[in-house]
Design a protein around this ligand. Structure first.
Ligand code: MLT
Ligand code: MN
Ligand code: ZN
Length: 315
């Protein structure tokens, strides 16, 4: 199994276009940028899948040799896209894929509904490409090309802000309006993670960029994994409030802070843990900063590190 990490920043990326904080300013000056969270995965090294489609997708694809068509062909190694949420930072890149002759897309029922309703990228793609949509059901493995198997883990009911109000969406009639980011009581599959296995191999990888809680199901999925790429949006639960003066907590936004997931990782040694989806307020996002250096020993003690753009994991 091969995983190419295409981006490791939360929505907005690093630097964020409208932010002049110390971290964004340094990233702007030094070029130490992070693209938005996304990865590519393959069991056989030939058939590749994107997991999420970030707004940075075009530059991510161009920077990834495995995803280039062989010279003289239009035979893209990209066989499809799996989504972990309907959030804009995970779906805006779908429009970038419109030149594909065909496009296979996997998403849960509420995410599919959102992408055909409040953010109608599904209907938008129809005149451009032949899109094949498949519904992902947590716990039901999906067999993909090249021997890759993906099993979704339900991680939470946090709807994208654009879908806070979803009256009468196809397949989801009559959902009550929610405050932005408020979890939906009806569904726990607005946000999912994936546990990837290989049909004829032994490698196991878990990817969960939006992890609201360390649930028993997450714990079981991590137990025998080689690598777990997980939510590193915020370092602490009150990071955003402290840095921006707002009232939103990390957990309230559907993200378990690194300080709160680290004890679980320490209890579950074995996998290599990589934090991704780092917000630009997170000191861990800033390579070489004194704050990141101060946190490094705690991460290392738990078998964890910060994921970096462009890294190829060969499992
Ligand atoms: C998230 O990860 O919580 C969302 O992408 C935040 C947002 O962009 O609204
Ligand atoms: Mn996000
Ligand atoms: Zn900033």
């Amino acid at each position: 199994m091969k995983i190419r990490i295409l981006g490791t920043a939360a929505g907005g990326g690093l630097p964020q276009w409208n932010c002049g904080c110390a971290g964004c300013d340094t990233a702007r000056r030094t070029g130490a940028a992070r693209r938005q969270d996304c990865l590519a995965i393959s069991a056989d090294g030939a058939a590749w899948y994107l997991v999420n489609a970030s707004p940075d997708l075009r530059s991510q694809l161009l920077a990834t040799p495995e995803l280039a068509p062989p010279p003289g062909t239009r035979a893209t190694p990209l066989r499809g896209v799996l989504l972990t949420s309907g959030e804009l930072d995970h779906t805006l890149g779908l429009v970038t894929l419109r030149e594909a002759a065909e496009l296979t897309l996997h998403a849960t029922a509420p995410v599919r509904a959102a992408l055909h309703g409040a953010f109608p990228v599904g209907p938008l793609l129809t005149p451009y490409t032949k899109a094949h949509w498949h519904t992902v059901v947590p716990g039901e493995p999906v067999e993909l090309a090249g021997g890759l198997v993906a099993e979704a883990l339900a991680l939470g009911g946090k709807r994208p802000r654009y879908a806070a109000d979803l009256p009468g969406l196809p397949g989801l009639p009559g959902l009550p309006a929610l405050a932005a980011g408020e979890p939906s009581a009806e569904r726990t599959d607005w946000v999912i993670g994936y546990r990837f296995t290989e049909a004829d191999g032994r490698a196991i990888a878990v990817y969960a960029p939006g992890l609201a809680e360390w649930t028993p199901a997450v714990d079981r999925a991590a137990a025998d994994a080689d690598v777990v790429i997980l939510d590193g949006t915020f370092a602490t639960d009150d990071e955003l409030a402290e840095r921006t003066g707002g009232a939103r907590t990390s957990r309230g936004m559907g993200h378990l802070a690194v300080a709160d997931s680290l004890p679980h990782l320490a209890r579950r040694p074995g996998p290599r843990y990589l934090y991704t989806h780092l917000n630009n307020t997170n000191p861990l996002a800033h390579r070489g900063s004194p704050e990141a250096a101060a946190l490094a020993p705690a991460l290392a003690a738990a078998g964890a590190a910060v994921a970096e753009d462009g890294v190829l994991l060969d499992l």
